[in-house]
Design a protein around this ligand. Structure first.
Ligand SMILES: Cc1cc2nc3c(=O)[nH]c(=O)nc-3n(C[C@H](O)[C@H](O)[C@H](O)COP(=O)(O)O)c2cc1C
Length: 370
């Protein structure tokens, strides 16, 4: 019933400016108006990774719940995990509005929000106040750097330190196109320095925990990384033993778009037009990592078919954002059911058996497009 209501609410939300619609959605979710998942996930969707038990592989991508206002709602809706953030040390207003644009025909969004968020202190307080904090559901914390900061690395170190006790995993977001200079941290040399500092900090923080817990560190990459740099970047990530790679953030490319006037807006493009490039990059990274590092596939997932393609390209876990805007919350269940059907058809007992089995094909597409 509520699922139908949410579908009916979509035209009303689309009548509002995108950021207003997003704010209203968060408020509605906070009030408890959302479709709850019925029962528990099919066991075939369960996975244990980094010592965490994921009830299903589909997560809410970063950017929807930047300030950790509704992580438990998202988990109750049926997501297997939720990534909050990006959070920066100091609160930040972000870029002038308007800064989020729908490209309806393309089923895409362009955003140049620029890390608008309430900062470490406010977001940490919210996570600490969660009922059953630490027990119920997996929450990743996506950390970034303030626009004005001189030493960006110090902002990431501050993020690790601030959220260490509440994060199930960390995402180091060095791939947002909306903070000047941020993506320079993806260059092999800058990455080397950043990772060295992060891993040293994590070792110290782990020792200080009562259970000496080592919180996994994942790196989120942009799909616009120069193809020639990718092997060296991946080698650096492997040398530093990062626990996972998220492929990918939004793109600056405008390939494959219709004539929508919003296509000319500055910012990162997400949704269906991102699917091809981000999935090809995923296949290439699976090939480069030889399947040794868990990958989270994100970018343009708006159907079960797209979700299955991500897994076959090399993803162990999945995330989505834009698909939820266009398809509504029914998409979560649709994807999970589609995964089970695919497993039944192929006689698979676990999703990991499908991971990467089309990686070679997708990696070939990557070489062709670069
Ligand atoms: C409005 C909006 C805000 C976003 N904010 C963030 C963010 O703060 N941090 C981040 O790592 N990614 C952010 N993203 C990127 C998403 O997490 C995701 O990587 C990207 O949108 C591709 O997935 P999708 O096609 O399913 O949306 C944002 C995306 C959108 C559409």
């Amino acid at each position: 019933m509520l699922k139908n209501l949410m579908t009916l609410a979509r035209p009303a939300l689309f009548a509002l400016a995108p950021e207003k619609a997003h704010r209203l959605t968060i408020e509605i979710l906070k009030q408890g108006f959302f479709p709850r998942q019925q029962g528990t996930d099919d066991e075939r969707l369960n996975q244990t990774l980094w010592g965490l038990n994921f009830p299903n592989p589909l997560g809410m991508a970063a950017g929807f719940d930047k300030n950790a206002e509704v992580p438990d709602v998202l988990l109750q809706m049926g997501f297997g995990f939720c990534e909050i953030g990006t959070v920066t040390p100091k609160p930040q207003a972000g870029n002038p509005t308007p800064r989020v644009f729908r490209l309806i025909e393309d089923r895409a969004i362009i955003n140049r929000l620029g890390f608008n968020n309430e900062g470490h202190k406010a977001v940490l307080a919210r996570l600490l106040a969660r009922p059953h904090h630490g027990i119920n559901g997996i929450i990743g914390v996506n950390i970034g750097a303030n626009k004005q900061t001189k030493d960006k690395t110090a902002d990431y170190v501050a993020g690790l330190t601030a959220f260490y006790q509440v994060a199930d995993y960390f995402t180091i977001n060095i791939s947002s196109p909306n903070t000047p200079g941020l993506r320079d941290l993806q260059s092999p040399q800058a990455l080397e320095n950043l990772l060295a500092q992060l891993m040293t900090t994590r070792a110290t923080l782990a020792q200080q925990q009562p259970d000496q817990r080592t919180v996994p560190i994942l790196i989120k990459l942009a799909p616009d990384i120069p193809a020639n740099d990718l092997p060296e970047i991946i080698a650096t990530l492997r040398q530093h033993h990062v626990d996972g790679i998220i492929v990918s953030n939004t793109t600056l490319s405008r390939d494959g778009l219709s004539e929508d006037h919003n296509a000319r807006q500055t910012g990162g493009l997400s949704g269906r037009p991102l699917f091809l490039r981000s999935t090809a990059m995923l296949g290439e990274i699976y090939r480069l990592t030889e399947g040794q590092i868990p990958l989270i596939g994100v970018g343009g997932i708006d159907s079960a078919k797209a979700a299955i393609a991500k897994i076959e390209a090399g993803a162990t876990l999945l995330q989505l954002y834009t698909g939820l805007i266009y398809e509504g919350p029914g998409l979560i269940d649709e994807i999970k059911r589609g995964l089970i059907t695919m497993m039944q058809h192929n006689g698979l007992t676990s999703l990991s058996q499908a991971t990467g089995r089309q990686a070679v094909t997708w990696a070939a597409k990557w070489s062709k497009m670069n």
